[in-house]
Design a protein around this ligand. Sequence first.
Ligand code: FES
Length: 163
Amino acid sequence: MEFKFDYDENKEKLEKLEDVIKANRDKRGALMTVLHQAQHLFGYLPLEVQEIISSKMFIPLSEIYGVVTFYSQFSLTPKGKYEIGVCEGTACYVKGSQAIKEKVMESLNIAVGETTPDLNFSMQATRCIGACGLAPVMTIGGDVYGKLKANDIEEILEKYRSK
Ligand code: FES
């Protein structure tokens, strides 16, 4: 799913980004600072924003893209209102987290790292959250659900669909 970046809608944020670039351009480690601020401003780093950073900082787009895709704190797609993480730790894996993950992906029609077109849900890879006794575990927007079965998923998602 491609999310279209709207320049008009983001006018104010783009002006702020210009200020951030001007204030940091000549400093050491400027690119990381600017990318962090841009991620904070827009919630993600679409190609359009990377292009602006590239042209204003005189850094090749390929270099910027390389940094953005290397560090997991940067995202190329917007995050959903509710982030879903199905634990991929060992205890959860043994207790069948794969089936839970597949059920969520099937219900929402997205993969890990993607966001639903209505921006309500996104999925992220999740390591052990320390609730192994409740395996398999899933989190949605900070709420934790444990001892899950694939059959539970639809009912749980429904609660967040209507919120
Ligand atoms: S392995 Fe899933 S919570 Fe620990």
